[in-house]
Design a protein around this ligand. Structure first.
Ligand code: ADP
Length: 474
């Protein structure tokens, strides 16, 4: 028979009792600039009452953010080791469950365990998969929303005598749900930096001590040839060099082994970055395809002239120019709605494509889509506030009170704006849902060519081939 375990039974947290943790702050090298901050945090965890009895609030949640491999996990262990508290380790994906409510249930188990082991630190690696705000656009993923809500509810419910602190690690700081970083939740953020030259030398020394190296190895030189390396990369460098030396039946790793190891590691890092680069290009291409198609199929939209995924300044992609505020007066309701639709077209395309091809990876939806949402919101707001558009009694009811800042008025505007955005979102979704083939086709071409003119877009949609050279592989 099938050995079917209910998902509940599979929740596993790694629990380390305080006495078994021998990691100390000194084991984490190259983070001098944040050590004082960490020491203060440790003081607080060790003796919270010293703070609370004087009216100071102790942190319930701390976010460590920084590139992969800089030592966030190591640091969290060191904090537990120094504070003499127990340590519970888990990763965000532990809670990623397609069954509604399972994630939330695991969160309850986790905090229950933490209460039993208090005082303790709960460490959640890759916490962005739980706290990320892109989740909010993925309505299907209400189970994740309930996971997040459960974490926040547990944290809100801590009382100070419970002595539990949640430390989350993430690579992306920007993408977190505002509700998660409010005071009393993850309100302390610490950036764990990549090591500078001195830091790299300290880390290298730590790992070089453990292996056989020839006398000509200079830490200074190794440090200088590894800018951008994380602690994990440096550890990897030492391990690779010594392993290569042993493969060659040498007793000690020499400079050549280190040079070669460095080149291999850099190649690996570049490939990773390239991969990420392609991933961003892909997201941008899908989004721009969505906007271009919305533009193409929407009555009243401004003429489409060019779609591009080449990075121009802060934002990637520009299907067309939006009117600035001074042009707004000349816009009809139809045109304004078309603009709003186009703004939301990018996000909708991402939602549709990623749901179809990668349903458990809705995180792939980019934050760039959020910027377009903000733009759409502003357009709708100006429409309602400034020009009285969409007012029940034609254009008079709101425009006469456009300087009105009363709560009632603001609330009315917000409601109206939300209604406009919801309708637009639905309209665009319904449109693009029927155009997944075209989104894919346009996105591929954008990915290949970087930009497409209006003529080219029309050709592609007619199924004709473009006579230009591909610049890259799909
Ligand atoms: P992160 O959690 O930031 O991805 P980790 O803490 O998992 O990074 O780092 C992986 C390993 O790399 C650590 O266990 C340690 O062996 C090494 N390492 C990373 N950063 C440092 C550092 N600053 N000092 C010493 N070792 C480090």
């Amino acid at each position: 028979s099938l050995d079917f375990k209910s998902p509940d039974e599979m929740a596993k947290f790694e629990i380390k009792m305080a006495d078994d943790i021998d990691t100390r702050l000194d084991d984490v090298k190259g983070i001098e600039e944040i050590k004082d901050e960490i020491r203060n945090l440790i003081k607080m965890i060790k003796d919270p009452f010293k703070y609370t009895e004087k009216g100071a609030k102790v942190h319930k949640g701390v976010l460590l953010f920084g590139d992969p491999g800089v030592g966030k996990t190591l640091l969290a262990r060191a904090i537990a080791g120094e504070s003499g508290v127990n340590f519970i380790f888990c990763t965000g994906s532990t809670f990623d469950e397609m069954f509604v409510g399972v994630g939330a249930k695991r969160v309850r188990q986790l905090f229950q365990t933490a209460r039993e082991k208090s005082p303790c630190i709960i460490f959640i690696d890759e916490i962005d998969s739980l706290l990320s705000k892109s989740r909010r656009f993925a309505k299907e993923h209400s189970s994740n929303r309930s996971t997040l809500n459960q974490i926040l509810a547990e944290m809100d419910g801590f009382n100070e005598s419970e002595n539990i602190i949640v430390i989350g690690a993430t690579n992306h700081e920007g993408d977190l749900d505002p509700a998660a970083v409010r005071p009393g939740r993850f309100d302390k953020k610490i950036h764990v930096p990549k090591p500078d030259l001195d830091g790299r030398k300290d880390i290298l020394k730590l790992y070089l001590e453990k292996v056989n190296i020839t006398d000509d190895i200079e830490v200074e030189k190794l440090g200088k040839m590894t800018p951008g390396f994380s602690g994990a990369d440096l550890e990897n460098l030492v391990n690779t060099a010594i392993a290569d030396a042993v493969h060659k039946d040498k007793t000690h790793a020499d400079m050549k082994d280190f040079e070669e190891a460095k080149d291999r590691i850099i190649m690996g890092i570049e490939r990773k970055n390239l991969h990420i680069g392609n991933r961003i290009r892909l997201n941008t291409a899908i989004r721009e395809a969505g906007r271009a198609l919305t533009c193409y199929y929407t009555e009243g939209s401004q003429k489409l002239y060019k779609a591009t995924i080449v990075n121009r300044g802060a934002s990637t992609g520009a299907t067309f120019t939006l009117p600035d505020e001074s042009d707004m007066i000349a816009l009809s309701k139809e045109k304004l709605l078309a603009h709003i639709d186009i703004c939301l077209g990018g996000m909708a395309a991402e939602e549709i494509i990623f749901k179809e091809f990668s349903p458990d990876n809705m995180n792939a939806i980019s934050t760039e889509g959020g910027k377009h949402l903000a733009r759409a919101t502003n357009l709708a707001k100006s429409g309602v506030r400034e020009y009285g558009m969409f007012g029940e009694e034609g254009s008079s009811f709101i425009s006469s009170s456009k300087d009105d800042t009363s709560d009632e008025f603001t609330q009315m505007v917000d409601l109206k704006v939300k209604e406009i955005l919801d309708e637009s979102h639905e309209r665009v979704h319904n449109l693009l849902k029927t155009k997944t083939k075209e989104i894919e086709l346009l996105a591929k071409n954008l990915f290949w060519y970087d930009y497409l003119t209006e003529e080219e877009i029309k050709k592609i949609l007619k199924g004709e081939k473009l006579d230009k050279y591909h610049i890259r592989e799909w």
